[in-house]
Design a protein around this ligand. Sequence first.
Ligand code: NAI
Length: 387
Amino acid sequence: MIVEPKVKGFICTTAHPVGCETNVNRQIRYVKENGRMEGPKKVLVIGASTGYGLASRITAAFGLGAATIGVMFEKEASGKRTATPGYYNTKAFDEAAKREGLYAKSFNGDAFSAEVKEEVIQTIKQDLGQVDMVIYSLAAPRRTMADGTTYVSTLKTTGELFTEKSWNLQNNTVGEASISSATEEEIQATVKVMGGEDWMDWIDALAAADAIAKDAVTIAYSYIGPKLTYPVYHEGTIGMAKKHLKESADAITKKQTANGIKAYVSVNKALVTQASAAIPIVPLYFAVLYKVMKEKGIHEGCIEQMERLFKDKLFGTGGVLLSEDGMIHMDDWEMREDVQSEVMDIWRRIDSDNLFELSDINGYWEDFYHMFGFKFPEVDYTADVMV
Ligand code: NAI
């Protein structure tokens, strides 16, 4: 079958198997070129198939030489429908790990469920004994509880209606978008899905089964960003969930004191992923940020962020590098004073006429298409492929 991109708004409904493999192999090459590092050797990654989780798994395997177990929620191909990118990415990762003699097992199922937790823990016990690192990188739209109740996360403000400049991705114009305020119920539901409760459940279950080593580390990812996006992110429903994530990290560390297990939150850079492309207003900020950071030579993608996280801020000679707020900051370059003041200057001036000149729209789309395995020059998109 010849696979072409089918873009609908902020999502592409097709994925190219060879392109996704290329995407994974490019990331593996980057990590290998940067050399081996010391650190954990048995790593569980929850949310391991795309974005930050995939980059973390690649860094663990090819940077640390670790055995990895990945959990993800992806769709297989059926009939003329391609699989989701994370499905192809995982297949490509598993094959590459095997070629390298690295243990890799992947579980495609609902990480929130007790069944998947149980299955993963059994495999850890059988194959690895224990894990010494757990990366929690889920970005999910909903969570179904054991009793069948489903919570849905929303992207709304927690204050008044918020209106800001926004880029219309359909016709490349700059207009305005408004984000309505969430009800208390919507806030609580978003915290249920994107907060730290399930992360805590995973660590509790691993510890109860003696499947996590003493002195293991666990990490989850957060975002803060500039004041400009506070109403939609940091102070929005998702920000409330991220606040809960940090509280959960502290609660895990406290609860696991006797085991010496430490939980951290890393505040990462804003990047185009399937999860972040869905957030209103944010894509225009991304496009402006990309332009400024690329011009300064400090732009990073998921793999550069995760490689630097492991090498410099988690397992470097200085140990875990925490900022005053008790979190690791991989957004250090994004939030640099000179970067933010240029971004804000552009933000004030940007409109439909100068959109391409003042922001990196093409860079945004390049990242977007790459996520789905498209627009890699080394891939022959006219060739027939098995989906
Ligand atoms: P993503 O959409 O690329 O990845 C999400 C992962 O979660 C995928 O592997 C997916 O299969 C998995 N997943 C979703 N629901 C699942 C379920 N029920 N069971 C098992 N797996 C499931 O998202 P991204 O952007 O990499 O996000 C990961 C984390 O990083 C999130 O906590 C996000 O808030 C955080 N983050 C993202 C930033 C960004 O700009 N993209 C910036 C800073 C933090």
